[in-house]
Design a protein around this ligand. Structure first.
Ligand SMILES: Cc1cc2nc3c(=O)[nH]c(=O)nc-3n(C[C@H](O)[C@H](O)[C@H](O)COP(=O)(O)OP(=O)(O)OC[C@H]3O[C@@H](n4cnc5c(N)ncnc54)[C@H](O)[C@@H]3O)c2cc1C
Length: 231
């Protein structure tokens, strides 16, 4: 895959450690919803990031969590999130197979943290099509302050009242009377799985494993499940 360059042109803090970053691409680019690009950084190596949105085929919008540097870490997300506007980066892509299948299907999307990114892109793309398929997003974080894009979900729900639904869950918040406490897997039940044809899951490996286990216990076939592990 050829190495290309892109320029950071906008940076928005979504939470205390998650940033929305806009990169201008050198040439008009196409992608499938759910795909990612991989930055190649000197002294760090390759770091992949899902694409939230591709504006006019020229601006890739990414959402990146800034991880603290720890033993063995190389600080790729720190370099990207601390970059100044107009800094130039090298990347390859878009690439990836975490894309939506064809056909009319009701789909359940399960994401935690920045695992929301490819799911959002997929949901947005499919809602634009004039069908009556239903999409439900279950989005989880550890604390309420880690949630982001709630206004976007509200706007989608208003625009597509009978097609898009969302459910938020936090795992470590004490304010249980305000928000659902628990994990995204808690949403899965036999009643829920009877309503969906396909499942799209993205986030940390442990979360994916828990979802796969629970779906398997509920007799959902592997063929109905698609996932991307952020590792
Ligand atoms: C296909 C793909 C798409 C991805 N898309 C995104 C995206 O859209 N947004 C995004 O923020 N990230 C995404 N990631 C993760 C990203 O590629 C990096 O792994 C992440 O930014 C950490 O890189 P780093 O160089 O900062 O970590 P390092 O400096 O190498 O590590 C820093 C510390 O963070 C810990 N750490 C890093 N990632 C995780 C994790 N997932 N869970 C627990 N601990 C962790 C490390 O163990 C280490 O202690 C994606 C990964 C893949 C494979």
């Amino acid at each position: 895959m050829p190495l290309k360059t892109c320029t950071l042109i906008e940076k928005i803090a979504l939470t205390h450690d998650v940033y929305e970053l806009h990169y201008e691409l050198p040439v008009s680019t196409s992608m499938l919803p759910g795909q990612f690009i991989t930055f190649i950084m000197k002294g760090i190596g390759g770091r992949s990031y899902s694409i939230l949105e591709l504006i006019d085929d020229k601006i890739a919008v990414l959402v990146i969590k800034k991880w603290e540097l720890s033993d063995g870490g190389r600080g790729g997300s720190i370099k990207l999130c601390d970059a100044e506007l107009w800094e130039v980066f090298q990347f390859v892509g878009p690439a990836g197979h975490f894309t939506l299948s064809e056909g009319m299907k009701n789909r359940l999307f399960l994401g935690t943290g920045t695992g929301l990114v490819p799911l959002y892109n997929q949901i947005l793309e499919w809602l634009k099509r004039e069908t009556d398929e239903k999409y439900q997003l279950v989005f989880g974080t550890r604390f309420m302050e880690d949630l982001y894009y709630i206004d976007r979900f509200e706007a989608l729900k208003e625009k597509y009242p009978n097609r898009f639904y969302f459910h938020l869950v936090v795992s470590r918040e004490d304010w249980e009377w305000i928000i659902n406490k628990g994990y995204v897997t808690d949403f899965l039940s036999s009643k829920v799985v009877s309503q969906y044809d396909e499942y799209y899951i993205c986030g940390a490996p442990a979360m994916i494993e828990s979802c796969l286990q629970k779906l398997s216990n509920l007799w959902v076939s592997d063929k109905q499940i698609f996932f991307e592990k952020y590792s």
